[in-house]
Design a protein around this ligand. Structure first.
Ligand code: NAD
Length: 252
């Protein structure tokens, strides 16, 4: 069987790292592990991916640098796919993101610009550059957030970026559907990762998050990664243009 290729952005830790490992576990042959600054962490993920039988490819690009970062990452990834003697990209997971919590009265142009650039503009440009390189029947998956839909007055720009990603991916699903490519997003609730480091260890915080979930616990990266792996696999072929909740049943 032909070896499949997958590029996961922001795969050095947290949800992205769990996705890279889940895809390797699922039998993807070449897994691209993109990171911004934490090279050692990305190398550790590469070793884990290798343990599951896939060839890891570690690639650096800082999305806060804007559209040029998308072009250089796409170019580096295409060359690696060729180097492995493979034809195209079978799975693209757009996961890299930053939090940038700010309420309306705190908004600064700097943070709004950075949050929209890293979480929305660069992912869209990356998809633009890789689109011609996607295989027939490829899978594109974006990591959105529950805050794309749930009112989050503390996260104005972040909510806008994630809702924008969902809307753009829904539009792109129509265009890429002609090539049997599916395009979906997943919408995590609070997951135990570094993005929540500022508050999740405060007394009572985990208990409060767990109490919001029908399943009564805080979500772990693998909870989201397994949903992404499902969307990346053959069984999800009839799902496209959708956003799947990955919140453990958060009660609104
Ligand atoms: P994390 O902070 O552990 O990981 C973020 C990843 O994004 C890292 O690999 C990092 O290298 C990458 N990244 C950060 N800044 C970057 C930049 N400037 N350029 C390129 N890459 C950059 O957080 P996480 O929770 O694993 O987040 C992964 C995705 O899940 C994000 O898009 C986030 O918005 C989304 N999400 C997380 C939660 C949660 O509660 N953890 C909830 C909803 C959505």
């Amino acid at each position: 069987m032909r070896r499949r290729t997958a590029l996961v952005t922001g795969a050095s830790r947290g949800i992205g790292a769990a996705i890279a490992v889940a895809l390797a576990r699922q039998g993807v042959g070449v897994v691209g592990i993109h990171y911004a600054a934490d090279a050692a962490a990305a190398q550790a993920v590469a070793r884990e991916v290798e343990r599951h039988g896939a060839a890891p490819v570690v690639l650096q690009a800082d999305f806060s640098e804007g559209a040029a970062a998308a072009a250089s990452l796409a170019d580096a990834w295409r060359k690696e796919v060729q180097r492995h003697g493979l034809g195209g990209t079978d799975v693209l997971v757009s996961n890299a993101g930053i939090n940038g919590a700010q309420a309306l009265d705190e908004l600064t142009g700097d943070v709004v610009g950075r949050v929209l650039t890293v979480n929305l503009a660069v992912p869209l440009m990356l998809l633009h550059h890789l689109s011609p390189h996607l295989s027939e029947g490829a899978r594109v998956i974006g990591v959105s957030s529950g805050y794309a839909r749930i009112a989050a007055p503390t996260h104005v720009a972040y909510s806008a970026a994630k809702a924008g990603l969902e809307a753009a991916f829904t539009a792109v699903a129509v265009e890429l559907g002609k090539r049997s490519i599916t395009v979906n997003t997943v919408r995590p609730g609070v997951i135990d990762t570094d993005i929540n480091a500022e508050w999740i260890d405060e007394p009572g915080a985990r208990e409060a998050v767990a109490a919001e979930s029908a399943l009564g616990r805080v979500g772990q990266p693998r909870d989201v990664a397994d949903i992404v792996a499902f969307l990346a696999g053959e069984s999800s072929r009839w799902i496209t243009g959708q956003s799947l909740d990955a919140t453990g049943g958060v009660r609104l």
